[in-house]
Design a binder for this molecule. Sequence first.
Ligand SMILES: Cc1cc2nc3c(=O)[nH]c(=O)nc-3n(C[C@H](O)[C@H](O)[C@H](O)COP(=O)(O)OP(=O)(O)OC[C@H]3O[C@@H](n4cnc5c(N)ncnc54)[C@H](O)[C@@H]3O)c2cc1C
Length: 425
Amino acid sequence: MTTSDVESKMQALVEPWRERDLRASMPRSIVIVGDGAAGYTAAKVLRAEGFAGSISMIGSDRSATYRRPAVSKELLAGTKSVEQVLLGEPVVGVDVYHGVTALSISEDSVIVDDGDPISYDALLLATGSRARQLDDLGSGSVFTLRTAADVEPLREDFARTGSLLVIGGGLIGCEAAATARTLGAEVTVLEAAKAPLNRIAPESISRMYVDMHADNGITIHTDVAVSQIERRDDGTALVTAQDGRAWSAGTVLLAVGSVPNTELAVEFGLATRSGVLVDANMRTSAPNVYAAGDVAEVPNRLLGGTYRSEHWNGAVDQATRAARSILGAEVGDLDVPWGWSNQHGVNLQFAGWTTADDDYVLVRGSIEDRRFTACAVRGDMLVGAIGIGFPKDIRQVRAIIANGNPVDRDQLTADWLERQLTAVG
Ligand SMILES: Cc1cc2nc3c(=O)[nH]c(=O)nc-3n(C[C@H](O)[C@H](O)[C@H](O)COP(=O)(O)OP(=O)(O)OC[C@H]3O[C@@H](n4cnc5c(N)ncnc54)[C@H](O)[C@@H]3O)c2cc1C
């Protein structure tokens, strides 16, 4: 027998075992809890990758998956309907349970509020997050804005009262304020920090946003720690701050961040911190259970630690990798996160892992003119960017960050960014 004969004989013996191993580890049924951007994307990718087993997607929302960013923009403005912002066609061959809530999970099945338990070989938690509530502020009724179902009651209310007070000057609060203003409401924003949008922007850019809102008739008050909301006899709300300042308005929107829906994971005993902890392959601490999107806390491969994306592209990217990981395929590194916001017709883009303490270098344009790119630097690392009007710069910065090469702060110019484009490809 020649060496190659021996090799082919061994291969013939081993191959069926390999096949069997692969078949044994390949899930036959996959359940996705959550039908948002992450859940829908995962279902789509699973089918695109050729997975032929059963896929069930459970979502407590009654409507088909829509583009959630439209909630504070086109849907609130009334310029588009939910049907016009659907994420895509239903994924062929997926059993979709809209209007059904997963109550608990076990090692092999998901218990739902309507129907029999749904069994799985692999489970993806894509439960997203919900609007944060502030329960101890008193009896005044307030609105929150997270789902398409939240839109109509809010819009009808401020159309009736004529005034909207937004508590929270983050992305959703500022977007809702801008949209409500286009509908003729008198709008005021209260922000607890020194500046609005402070999670994504340095003070110079936040201040420009205060001016932009003022130009459109919206006042943003900062350093406001709201302590009480009361409904008065005339139906208006009185919102009082700890320092005694007070504002009254017909309608109040609470936009003070979101809380990840980790309850199923916590009850099942998965490792969680602010979100469900996953590794680079989107695997949770339990075998065959994965998580992606707003609910997942993913490793930051460049800076260490973990983070929750809370932006659309992060949900799509993580879900894509989770789906591949479930099928045992190579997952690769997560994209450098990025997001956007539209306010008063201006599209802002931001990327990376920035904090308020980062040093920002203006590399193009002018913040005052509302057309610029600013890069965030931490030590000798480029960690992010924010800008208006130059989306190519943001893409470029993401590519440089992904490369992980150190940067010299003094060299950070638009020319340098462009030269890197050729170098990074
Ligand atoms: C008003 C608004 C505007 C936004 N604008 C932007 C923007 O301009 N740019 C940007 O980058 N990002 C934006 N975002 C953020 C972005 O929409 C989210 O990051 C993204 O939608 C997260 O997707 P997800 O699938 O992880 O979670 P979600 O979209 O929250 O979807 C999770 C789904 O799971 C369902 N679910 C939860 N628990 C259960 C359960 N137990 N059983 C069954 N179903 C369950 C929920 O009902 C929900 O439908 C915005 C978010 C909001 C709320």
